[in-house]
Design a protein around this ligand. Structure first.
Ligand code: NAP
Ligand code: F7E
Length: 335
């Protein structure tokens, strides 16, 4: 019989790609959906119709235990989070609860449903657990490139909450012998990326400008540098981590860093325009504390997981711009 996976954050970018990957690998895939779930359920049924749904919320411990008990998964992928960094300053408490305590809730659900207590460590055949950690934890970086041993210095309530979830995942692994791993993922994008993130904000604006629907694109810090990859590649790394014999944490990124300025140059260049004619400064986008530079050292993932990215930065930008152009000109189905 195939393995069964439960994914939190199934309605998000990574939930979409991970569900597709696991279904293709022969898994039975379940997604946790919150709220009364009518519109979310129909969204999932349209995009990944083979996914089963179970109700639950990372803010509600009882619902997480019920969900894990009902699904009886072999693997749990905890992707659910407040993922937009600026929102974490506006709703810091909610971010701490969902991104921090939500991890505790999922780990406890796995522990309780797996029959693990302080005197009885995880048995063979236990539920395996993946935590969506983030390069935002490196924040004001202590070294470049960043690897698994680089100290954390988070710069946002989001990064601080993710660090809590990261250390807690390590702690459950060490305390209970659980097969619990964290992927420290650098920025990854796709046509399914939320419209508020800079890549998608740029690609949507470029498409609108091309179609004569918009003229200017207000942006914040153009000098910030990120290590951007393709989400479809990164969910494969998640799966490989979970299916390794030894539970360990891994950095996942391309090892190449680009500025937001590079991003706009390539995106506008893709439609034959000069970004300087369209990009304007928007002080409202400047963050209280910025992460200036992220660049991964993915050597461990390459060596132990055999993982490497298949899409380079210019190809990624091209992919997202083309998808948005198709969607806005009425011939595509991007999110
Ligand atoms: P996303 O598109 O923003 O999706 C976030 C998901 O979290 C949504 O499905 C959302 O569901 C769910 N969620 C929010 N609050 C919840 C709650 N209280 N209970 C249950 N689910 C809740 O994020 P993503 O880009 O796919 O990222 C997936 C994970 O990786 C996140 O944990 C993110 O922090 C982390 N991460 C992402 C990146 C990246 O570059 N994409 C990098 C590093 C780490 P609703 O539809 O119900 O709101
Ligand atoms: O910003 C700069 C902004 O919002 C990237 C999440 O998936 O990756 C993501 O977090 C950079 C920042 O992503 C605008 O200041 C300039 O330096 O696309 P972003 P993020 O904050 O890096 C990490 C790894 C995660 O874990 C998160 O969940 O772009 N920037 N002007 C702008 N950013 C936005 N959003 N909008 C602008 O107008």
């Amino acid at each position: 019989m195939g393995r069964r996976a439960l994914i939190t954050g199934i309605t998000g970018q990574d939930g979409f790609y991970l569900a597709g990957h696991l279904l293709a690998e022969g898994y039975e895939v379940w997604g946790l959906v919150r709220g009364q779930s009518g519109s979310r359920a129909s969204q999932i049924h349209q995009t990944v119709p083979d996914v089963h749904l179970v109700s639950g919320d990372l803010l509600d411990q009882g619902s997480l235990i019920s969900a894990v008990d009902r699904v009886q998964p072999d693997e749990v992928y905890n992707l659910g989070a407040i993922s937009f960094v600026p929102l974490s300053w506006q709703q810091a408490e909610l971010t701490a609860k969902v991104n921090g305590l939500g991890v505790l809730g999922m780990l406890e659900a796995v522990r309780v449903c797996g029959g693990i207590n302080a005197s009885r460590s995880a048995p063979p055949g236990q539920i395996r657990f993946y935590q969506a950690s983030s390069a935002e934890m490196f924040g004001k970086v202590r070294e470049t490139p960043q690897h698994e041993g680089t100290p954390f210095h988070p710069r946002s309530p989001y990064g601080v909450a993710k660090a809590y979830g990261h250390f807690l995942t390590q702690n459950y692994r060490e305390s209970y012998g659980m097969h619990a791993v964290s992927g420290i993922l650098f920025n990854h994008e796709s046509p399914r990326r939320g419209a508020e993130f800079v890549t998608r904000k740029v690609s949507l604006a470029v498409a609108r400008i091309k179609l004569g629907l918009q003229e200017k694109l207000p942006l914040g810090n153009l000098s910030a540098r990120r290590d951007w990859g393709f989400a479809g590649d990164y969910v494969q790394a998640m799966h490989r981590m979970v299916t390794q014999d030894e539970p360990e944490d891994y950095v996942i990124g391309t090892g190449v860093t680009h500025s937001v300025r590079d991003l706009v140059e390539i995106a506008f260049g893709a439609i034959g325009l000069d970004w300087r004619d369209h990009v304007v400064s928007d002080p409202a986008q400047i963050r209280p504390a910025e992460v200036d530079l992220l660049c991964a050292d993915p050597a461990k993932a390459r060596e132990l997981l055999g993982w490497k990215p298949s899409v380079q930065f210019a190809g990624l930008v091209q992919m997202i711009v083309e998808s948005d152009l198709k969607m806005l000109s009425g011939s595509g189905t991007a999110s």
